[in-house]
Design a protein around this ligand. Structure first.
Ligand SMILES: [Zn+2]
Length: 347
């Protein structure tokens, strides 16, 4: 499946994953082209469908467009180029100047020409047919769903998690387009809470979970145990948002510098046992191997083009590019070289 992928970052991501249908979907959400948000609308449409064997254009188009219009209302930038026929039509529909059937007529032209065929493209290549979620039958105006997709559709937990990751990723991309690439995660100094703004709404730190999850293949950053977004906070699989380097130590070592200890550069998802258990990390510095892993992930982020996560990492580290990120992070880890280093107890 990886042979065809040209971009080394994407190929590396897939190498590290088990290339299950979940991994494939995550790689599409994270690395699929962002020239338009259609892939998010389509992935949500597909995941919400019952595990059937095929679906006609008519069955898909309606739900697809509803997702798109819903987002267009909050963020009218759903395409790299402003003023496409579809975005103009959606504008008019939102302003009650066009009927649903009329906007649907416009949508049909672009959905069926581009969206199905481009869906599996990532990293300058295309996902191998064996791993794809559907095949496009242009002649019969339908798509044929694969077992891979049916598997996702029949597992409610997996489905819920992927839907929330798709939504989170969609908002990250919108945030980048909305205007001048504002950083995704900001800290409210007063409440010491993370939030990201979605329209006029503020969402707290938990909103980082579905955004970070795909980069960790749905596993704890430290011990690798499976994490699930949709379990109760008392469950072992509940993902905690963890500061890799504790805030208190960072503030002590770098009191005056432009370093945001709450920046996304320093955040990962960890299981409860690793984060706050008796043998948990608590206020310790993790072993260098985890810091290397964090560095690699931040490099992923900063290599992304025109992406809000990229700017968030750069800004919170006071860095200009990924070379800076590496240098900066190495400087930050240095003062802690003689500290006790924590590693998870793997049972
Ligand atoms: Zn863990």
């Amino acid at each position: 499946m990886i042979d065809e992928i040209k971009d080394s970052v994407v190929a590396d991501y897939l190498h590290k994953s088990e290339q299950t249908p979940v991994d494939v979907t995550r790689s599409i959400l994270v690395f699929g082209k962002n020239s338009a948000t259609y892939k998010f609308a389509l992935s949500k449409t597909l995941l919400e469908m019952a595990p059937v064997s095929e679906a006609s254009y008519a069955e898909i188009g309606e739900i697809f467009l509803r997702h798109l219009v819903e987002h267009h209302k909050i963020c009218p930038h759903q395409n790299k180029r402003d003023g496409t026929d579809l975005s103009k039509a959606m504008d008019k529909y939102v302003a009650n100047n066009l009927s649903w059937n009329e906007v649907f007529g416009v949508a049909e032209k672009s959905i069926y020409n581009n969206v199905f065929d481009a869906f599996h493209n990532i990293g300058g290549g295309s996902i191998d047919k064996r791993c794809s979620l559907f095949e496009h039958d242009k002649l019969r105006k339908k798509i044929v769903l694969t077992d891979n997709l049916n598997l996702l559709q029949s597992n409610d937990t997996v489905k819920a998690d992927l839907l929330s990751e798709s939504e989170a990723r969609w908002r990250v991309v919108e945030e980048a387009w909305r205007g001048n690439l504002s950083p995704l995660m900001l800290l409210d100094e007063r409440e010491k809470l993370f939030f990201t703004t979605v329209g006029d709404h503020r969402v707290n730190l938990r909103s980082a979970v579905p955004t970070l999850m795909p980069y960790q293949f749905g596993a704890c950053f430290y011990c690798g145990c499976a994490l699930k977004e949709s379990v109760s906070s008392h469950d072992d699989e509940f993902p905690d948002v963890d500061h890799v380097l504790p805030i208190s130590l960072l503030v002590r070592e770098f009191p005056t510098e432009a370093l945001n200890p709450n920046g996304v550069w320093n955040l990962v998802l960890a299981c409860r046992r690793c984060n706050r258990g008796t043998d948990g990390k608590g206020g310790s510095i993790p072993h260098a191997r985890y810091f290397e892993r964090l560095l690699a992930r931040n490099i992923y982020f900063t290599k992304e083009h025109k992406h809000a996560m990229k700017y968030s990492v750069l800004k919170s580290l006071g860095a200009r590019n990924h070379v800076d990120v590496k240098q900066r992070m190495q400087e930050i880890y240095k003062p802690f070289s003689f500290f006790y280093k924590w590693s998870p107890r793997i049972s």
